[in-house]
Design a protein around this ligand. Structure first.
Ligand SMILES: Cc1cc2nc3c(=O)[nH]c(=O)nc-3n(C[C@H](O)[C@H](O)[C@H](O)COP(=O)(O)OP(=O)(O)OC[C@H]3O[C@@H](n4cnc5c(N)ncnc54)[C@H](O)[C@@H]3O)c2cc1C
Length: 457
C-alpha cells in the first residue's frame, strides 16, 4: 500500500511534503508530557491544495493537525494521533490591501508582525499584539483568538476579523463574511471558527478590519513596594475612567527574574510593576499619559515615562521577552492564563504565590491586568518529575479559584491539549453537550486536531 507521504506527494508534488522535524512537532507549551506523533508534514501553497489534502484525509479518516507559527501555549499544534501536520507557512499572500477603506485580506500564514507592519506602512493600525509576533501567524491568532496588551482597549483578534475563508474536514471551501463590517444574516459561524484551535476547519485567509494609526502611543511605568499597592493603583486607573490602551502588570518576583534588560532601574528584589499606555493624537496621548502618571503615582516608589521612539520600543520588546526570561530561570515553567473579573485580580495575584508556596514551587505572575488576565506561573526544571507533578496539582487549584470567582480557565491561550476537559469546571452539562455537538457538526469523523479543545476530559 502507498505510504501517507507518498500519497500526499501525489496530491501536492514532491516539495510540499516531508518528514516533520522535532521542532515542527512541538509548540511553546514546554514540559507537559504530550507525546507528539505525525507521519507527514505538508505545506500547501493554496486554498485549493489545502482542500485537496483535507478531502483525501477526510475520506480515509486520517488525522490533520493545522499548524501556524507553533508559538501556542496550550499544545494545540502538537500532533498526537499521527497523520498529517498541515502547515500554513507557504500561504503568505496579501490578497487585498485597501488602506483608503481601512481593510486588508491576507492569507493565514502571514506573520502577525508582518501584518501589523503592512498596516502601519499604510498609516493604519492592526491592534492585536500577542507576544511572539515575528513567528505567530494570522491564522494561528484567529484560531486562538489571541489577545495581548492592547486587547484591553481594542479587543482580541476576533474583533478585527470581518471575514474568513476556511476549508472544512470534507475538503469543501467556505467563505464567511468578507469585506463587510456587519453581517447578521446567519448564525455567526465566523465567530465560531475564531478560537476554534484547528478543531473545526482550517483557516486559509481572513479579511481584517483596520483603524487609522494613533499618532502617538506613550507608556507610563510605575513601581510599587507592595503588590497590594500596585493592584490598588490599577483599580484607581479604572475607577477614574482613564481609557488606557494597555494596562499590564508584573508582580515583584517576575520583575526580579526579568530585571536584566529592563530599560531603566528596578530594585534587585523586584517591585510590582504597572505598564499603562496612552494613545491617540499627540495632544490626546500626552494629556492621558499625564493623567495616568498622576493616578499611578499614588503609592508608587517610582514612575517612569519613556518618550522617545527607541525608549518606547525597548520597553515593549522587554515586555515581550518576559515569558522567555521567566522560563530561562529553571529551564521550564507551567504557565496558565486564567482570567477573573477585574475586582478579583489582586486575589488571583496573591493566590498564585500562596498556592505555589504550599506546593513548594517558585511562583510568579504577570499579565493583562485591565482584562483580569493572569499568567500564573510555576517554575520547573525539565526532567524534574516531582516538581512537575506538584506544579500540575497547583494549576488545578488555580483553575478552581478562577471558576469560583466567575472567571475562566483560559483568557487567551485556549484549551488545546493541556487544558482538555477543564471546560467542565465552568459550563453546565447542556452547554458542554452543545460544544461537542458543534464539533460533530463540523467534523463528524473527528479528523481535525484530535484530542484538542475537549469539553470533557
Ligand atoms: C513569548 C510568547 C508570548 C505570547 N504572548 C501572547 C499574548 O500576549 N496573548 C496571546 O493570546 N497569546 C500569546 N502567546 C501565545 C501564542 O503566540 C498565540 O496563541 C498565537 O496566536 C499562536 O499563533 P501560532 O501561529 O503560533 O499558532 P500555533 O501555535 O501554530 O497554533 C495554535 C492553535 O491554532 C491552530 N491553528 C494554527 N493555524 C491555524 C489555521 N490556519 N487554521 C486553523 N487552525 C489553526 C493550531 O492547530 C493550534 O490549535 C504567546 C506566546 C509566546 C511564545
Amino acid at each position: 500500500m502507498e505510504s501517507l507521504p507518498a500519497a500526499l506527494r501525489g496530491l501536492l508534488g514532491q516539495d510540499a511534503v516531508r518528514t516533520p522535524g522535532a521542532a515542527e512537532l512541538q509548540d511553546e507549551t514546554e514540559v507537559r508530557g504530550a507525546v507528539a506523533r505525525a507521519d507527514a508534514y505538508v505545506a500547501p501553497g493554496s486554498t485549493e491544495e489545502v482542500a485537496r489534502v483535507l478531502a483525501w484525509c477526510g475520506e480515509r479518516g486520517v488525522a490533520v493537525t493545522p499548524r501556524g507559527g507553533g508559538t501556542g501555549l496550550a499544545g494545540g499544534a502538537v500532533p498526537l494521533e499521527g497523520g498529517v501536520v498541515l502547515s500554513l507557512e507557504r500561504m503568505t499572500a496579501v490578497r487585498a490591501l485597501e488602506p483608503e477603506r481601512w481593510r486588508m485580506c491576507v492569507e493565514a500564514g502571514l506573520t502577525t508582525a508582518h501584518t501589523k507592519r503592512l498596516a502601519r506602512e499604510n498609516g493604519l493600525y492592526f491592534p492585536p499584539d500577542p507576544g511572539a509576533g515575528e513567528q505567530s501567524q494570522i491564522g494561528g491568532n484567529i484560531a486562538t483568538n489571541a489577545g495581548g496588551p492592547h486587547a484591553f482597549k481594542y479587543g482580541a483578534t476576533g474583533a478585527w476579523v470581518t471575514g474568513l475563508e476556511a476549508v472544512l474536514a470534507s475538503g469543501e471551501v467556505i467563505t464567511l463574511g468578507g469585506a463587510i463590517r456587519k453581517d447578521v444574516a446567519g448564525y455567526d459561524l465566523r465567530a465560531l471558527l475564531v478560537g476554534s484551535e484547528g478543531t473545526l476547519a482550517v483557516i486559509t485567509a481572513a479579511w481584517l478590519r483596520l483603524v487609522p494609526a494613533p499618532e502617538a502611543a506613550l507608556p507610563v511605568v510605575a513601581l510599587y513596594g507592595e503588590d497590594a499597592a500596585g493592584v490598588a493603583a490599577l483599580e484607581g486607573v479604572l475607577a477614574s475612567g482613564l481609557a488606557a490602551a494597555a494596562l499590564e502588570y508584573l508582580d515583584a518576583r517576575t520583575v526580579a527574574i526579568a530585571a536584566h534588560g529592563f530599560p531603566g532601574a528596578v530594585p534587585a528584589e523586584g517591585a510590582f510593576m504597572v505598564i499603562a499606555e496612552a494613545d491617540g493624537s499627540r495632544a490626546e496621548a500626552e494629556r492621558l499619559a499625564g493623567e495616568l502618571e498622576e493616578a499611578l503615582a499614588e503609592g508608587a516608589s517610582t514612575v517612569l515615562a519613556p518618550r522617545s521612539r527607541a525608549e518606547v520600543d525597548a520597553l515593549w520588546r522587554w515586555r515581550d521577552g518576559v515569558s522567555l526570561a521567566v522560563k530561562a530561570k529553571l529551564g521550564g515553567k507551567i504557565s496558565e492564563d486564567i482570567v477573573v473579573p477585574f475586582e478579583h485580580l489582586g486575589e488571583a495575584v496573591a493566590a498564585t504565590l500562596e498556592i505555589g508556596a504550599r506546593h513548594r514551587l517558585e511562583a510568579c505572575s504577570w499579565g493583562h491586568a485591565g482584562d483580569g488576565n493572569v499568567h500564573a506561573t510555576f517554575l520547573v526544571s525539565p526532567g524534574d518529575d516531582d516538581t512537575l507533578a506538584r506544579a500540575q496539582a497547583a494549576r488545578e487549584e488555580l483553575f478552581a479559584l478562577a471558576v469560583a470567582r466567575g472567571g475562566s480557565v483560559s483568557g487567551e491561550h485556549g484549551l488545546g491539549w493541556v487544558k482538555r476537559g477543564q471546560l467542565a469546571r465552568q459550563w453546565a452539562p447542556a452547554a458542554l453537550d452543545l460544544h461537542e455537538a458543534v464539533k460533530r457538526a463540523f467534523d463528524p469523523r473527528g479528523i481535525l486536531n484530535p484530542q484538542k479543545k475537549l469539553a470533557r476530559g
